[in-house]
Design a protein around this ligand. Structure first.
Ligand SMILES: NC(=O)c1ccc[n+]([C@@H]2O[C@H](COP(=O)([O-])OP(=O)(O)OC[C@H]3O[C@@H](n4cnc5c(N)ncnc54)[C@H](OP(=O)(O)O)[C@@H]3O)[C@@H](O)[C@H]2O)c1
Length: 289
């Protein structure tokens, strides 16, 4: 069976239904390694271009800058864009106790100024099984208190996902945000998550810019008349992932999302899958204790 999912008529308004039934934008602007004015300008440029999803984290130190830029846009736009049309994700920095997680969630809401969080993730599985279970309980309670709409995890490997399923949680994670791109395809983890309806958010969908000159990427981009970045983001979408491309440059923010006019064939998807070299662009907590 082909793993390729047709994404006909993709636009920045396209959404995907999560296992908890919430509709999440198909593409989000990544905000890692941006801060202050840079974050604010990137978020504003993205909102103007039509992006509605933003991926922040307590760790990135930019929840406030991102939240304020979103708030200003909501207040001033003439297109009728309201808070409920935006999807704001942030993440717990350190897995510790139930109380500390509840406090971290409240602090993130306050810093962002957005009233609630659309998606809250445990940023990594670090801390061991007990800490993971405690923190997740706090996420579940925050969902019931409507502080968070959807809960999820990030950098969880097979072992952590299996531990999750076996613990029979009140809420399953709606997403697992992991590094996935043609140079790191993680087929086993992806299939396991999919089999439980856990959506894959693909971080570093551009392999952090490290493989833009790869000969296969260059020749396929030429063939499809697109940029290497557009090709890689399209690959991510066609696999059914939610890509989070990061850029601080307005032109790239706009062009990275212009991927609705071509479709990569099954054969070319496979060629791109075969570029897998388990490239890690930043960190890899997926097999920690
Ligand atoms: N959960 C986690 O542990 C985790 C880890 C890493 C990332 N993430 C999330 O995933 C997002 C994306 O990952 P990432 O930021 O590491 O990497 P990425 O999105 O794969 O790549 C970003 C890099 O590509 C460049 N770039 C963007 N568009 C381009 C284009 N059209 N042509 C050429 N270069 C381009 C950017 O430079 P410019 O900014 O100069 O354009 C930047 O250097 C992050 O921002 C973050 O939100 C999550």
């Amino acid at each position: 069976m082909s793993l390729v999912q047709p994404v006909k008529n993709f636009s920045l308004a396209s959404k995907k239904k999560l296992r908890d039934k919430h509709l999440m934008p198909r593409i989000h602007l990544g905000l890692y390694q941006t801060s202050g004015r840079e974050t604010s300008e990137a978020v504003t440029a993205a909102l103007e271009a039509g992006y509605r999803g933003f991926d922040s984290a307590e760790w990135y130190g930019n929840e406030e800058a991102a939240g304020r830029a979103i708030g200003r846009f909501i207040e001033n736009n003439t297109q009728g864009v309201k808070r409920e049309h935006i999807w704001f994700t942030t993440k717990l920095k350190t897995n510790s106790t139930y109380d500390e997680t509840k406090e971290a969630i409240e602090d993130s809401i306050e810093r962002s100024g957005l009233g609630y969080l659309d998606l809250y993730l445990l940023h990594s599985p670090y801390g061991g099984p007990e800490a993971r279970a405690e923190c997740w309980k706090a996420v579940e309670d925050a969902i019931e208190e409507r502080l968070i709409r959807s809960g999820g995890v990030s950098n969880f490997g097979l072992k952590h996902m299996k531990e999750f399923i076996q613990s029979n949680p009140r809420y399953m994670p709606s997403v697992n945000q992991i590094e996935v791109h043609p140079f790191n395809t993680r087929p086993e983890l992806v299939e396991y998550c999919k089999s439980y309806g856990v959506t894959i958010e693909a971080y570093a969908p551009l392999a952090k810019g490290m493989r833009m000159k790869d000969p296969t990427i260059l020749s396929l981009s030429k063939h499809y008349g697109c940029t290497p970045a557009q090709l890689m983001i399209r690959w991510s979408l066609q696999h059914g992932y939610m890509p989070l491309p990061k850029s601080t440059k307005k032109e790239r923010i706009i062009s990275n999302a212009q991927i609705g006019s071509f479709e990569i064939t099954d054969a070319d998807m496979e060629t791109m899958d075969n570029l897998d070299e388990y490239l890690i662009t930043d960190w890899d907590p997926t097999d920690c204790e």
